[in-house]
Write a protein that binds this ligand. Sequence first.
Ligand code: ATP
Ligand code: MG
Length: 282
Amino acid sequence: SMVQRAAASQKRLNEFLQTEPLIQTPENAGEKADLSGDIVFNDISFTYPHTGIKALSHFSLTIKKGEKVLILGRTGSGKSTVAQLLLRFYDADDGSVSITGKDVKNINLKALRNGISYVPQDVFLFSDTVAGNISFGLENSNEEMVIRAAKAASIHKEIETLQHGYDTVVGERGVTLSGGQKQRISIARALIKEPQIMVFDDCLSAVDAKTENQIINSLYTVLENKTAILITHRIFTVFNFDQVIIIDDGKIIEQGTHHELLALNGYYAELYQLQTNQETAA
Ligand code: ATP
Ligand code: MG
């Protein structure tokens, strides 16, 4: 019967909730987080609970304070999982993630997530105004900050053409924006926080090449004194990345600067070749 089926699914749901790993802040973690130093992934292995998919395997990476890092790799290789573990949406099974010498497990969770701006791969907008979406979660924001963030995300001009500008309601009850517009609003939301660490997960996939270049160029200035991780499917040559990481099957298979990886003649060099050919053909 329907009642039995409902009871059965409630049971499954309860089992699911009970086995979900508890992400908590230890009592002695303090209120603040010092996120000004290096980020270290030390021999991380991680398998997603419930599916048993091993997403990262003996993954080690040091990102020095202020470095800009590009992470590339095939779909399903583990790129987003790196971001998920940094923000502690999950805890690693083995190894540790630390920031400024402190294990993220011992950092106040709220301070950790407030101190890292994260543009997720799956963008979401709230049923709110454009301005409200950009300043979401910020206690003190003003129009000037909202506009500055929108400009840096190359969306300001398009917002101005909306009927009510920054006061236009978007989302379910408002106007529908394109995927690329949503992505740039999401980028503006991350930029307005002015955090020390920024993580962009494939957040330019829906914008055209010209807009992509504009955003990357303006990010270059915005990110100057910050530590930043960009996860993408494309190579950005306008940006002089300190490190480029290629992940395959949960492991780093190539690591170095643009020139070092070109010289390796591997995945990166092949992708670069492909991309350059496409650009000349276009
Ligand atoms: P893409 O380029 O498609 O975004 P990715 O490199 O970001 O891929 P991840 O999302 O890190 O890859 O996924 C790594 C592996 O973990 C994949 O096999 C994926 O199917 C699996 N995976 C990702 N998220 C989850 C989840 N929430 N639960 C279970 N398995 C997951
Ligand atoms: Mg991903």
